[in-house]
Design a protein around this ligand. Structure first.
Ligand SMILES: *Cc1c(COP(=O)(O)O)cnc(C)c1O
Length: 358
């Protein structure tokens, strides 16, 4: 047996990621900056970047310089944009890796130029209030921008999934800010996944999809539906009969009301199977559904298999598809109060990743 599938693992369907990227490219009509930050939302930045590399990709987006360096070390040659703010002591490593910073604060733009310059993108804040120069202050950058024009300029939507009109307000502010610059930067971008899902074609030059590539999206107002990408599996490693009145797991928060068959799966919150699933999650096993009983522990999770014939070594699915049934990443997190983004990003390296390729 493949030792990687001996206990618990994460299957990543690279072809599904590729098809999700094609949906985004068709909808937007624009080249992509696939966001592969946070190790491609937990699914593996290098594998994802290698899968998506090609004519539809204008560049990749990361959050940190270290993430960019990892992609360079793996041979990724496309542009890489670092979207979290960087400070002057990051500039030498940014240049060494040949990556592109996103800057907004005038003193930092000046420091970038004075330390040697190089391609940069202008970050314009239009309401997120997280990073970038406020749209109201962009005129302060005129001289610096004349000295060393940015390759691109962008903003970021705070509520693109809500269909609440905030997007058009932010786009109006973005336009206003751009009109304060001496000339239009060649490459403008704004949309994250929910932004692309809700407007076609894109009004800008490139788009920045993240989570949709990994299977999250298709909410209200979206005309697209992503394919499932991540499948979490674990084998039954222990089986026991629990008498009525006995409890299962820490804190004895669950007690058997009837003679109950309990299976133990070797996956817990240290692997990213979150504690919020305690007595609320479900797993797929041998064509049936088995509820989680008691607390999810660091390394193991117990499920009620009284009605699910199973044996040691059988494979349970905790996220994703098994046969005709599915635990949808868009649904199972929300059911326990967990953002789908967090559910994906939380999947930990202790579970080996297995890449499904065509
Ligand atoms: C994370 C991020 C994105 C992608 O957002 P999704 O909602 O995952 O599509 C786009 N742009 C910026 C600046 C980001 O930080």
């Amino acid at each position: 047996m493949d030792s990687r599938t001996a206990r618990a693992w994460l299957e990543v369907d690279l072809e599904a990621i590729r098809r999700n990227a094609i949906q985004i490219a068709r909808q937007s009509g624009r080249p992509l900056i696939p966001m592969v930050k946070a190790d491609a939302y937990g699914l593996g930045a290098v594998a994802v970047a290698k899968t998506l590399s090609g004519p539809d990709v204008w560049g990749f987006g990361v959050a940190t310089v270290a993430e960019a360096e990892e992609l360079r070390a793996a041979g990724i040659r496309e542009r890489i944009l670092v979207f979290s703010p960087t400070l002057p002591w990051d500039f030498p490593s940014i240049r060494a890796a040949g990556v592109t910073p996103t800057l907004g604060e005038p003193t930092l733009v000046e420091a970038w130029i004075n330390s040697g310059g190089g391609a940069w993108h202008l970050a314009i804040d239009t309401g997120m209030n997280r990073a970038g120069i406020s749209w109201r202050r962009v005129a302060e950058l005129r001289e610096l921008v004349l000295r060393h024009p940015p390759e691109g300029a962008f903003t970021h939507f705070h509520s693109a999934d809500l269909n609440d009109g905030s997007r058009s307000l932010q786009e109006q502010r973005f336009q206003e800010a751009l009109s304060l610059l001496p000339e239009r930067p060649p490459v403008l971008h704004a949309e994250n996944s929910p932004g692309v899902e809700r407007q076609r074609p894109s009004p800008w030059d490139v788009v920045r999809p993240g989570v949709f590539l990994y299977g999250v999206g298709g909410g209200p107002g979206s005309t697209l539906r992503p394919e499932a990408v991540a499948h979490v599996r674990a084998r039954v490693v222990d089986l026991r009969d629990v008498d009525p009145g006995e409890s299962v797991s820490y804190g004895a928060t669950w007690r058997a009301l009837r003679p109950t068959r309990v299976a133990t799966l070797p996956i817990g919150y240290a692997d990213g199977y979150r504690r919020l699933f305690s007595s609320r999650g479900t797993v797929l096993l041998n064509g049936k559904r088995a509820p989680v009983v008691g607390r999810v522990t660091m390394d193991m999770t117990m499920v009620d298999v009284t009605d699910v014939p199973c044996a040691h070594g059988d494979v349970a699915t905790l996220l994703g598809r098994a046969g005709d049934d599915q635990l949808d990443v868009n649904v199972i997190g929300e059911e326990v109060g967990l953002l789908s983004y967090e559910l994906l990003v939380g999947l930990k390296l202790r579970v080996p990743r297995i890449y499904l390729e065509p």
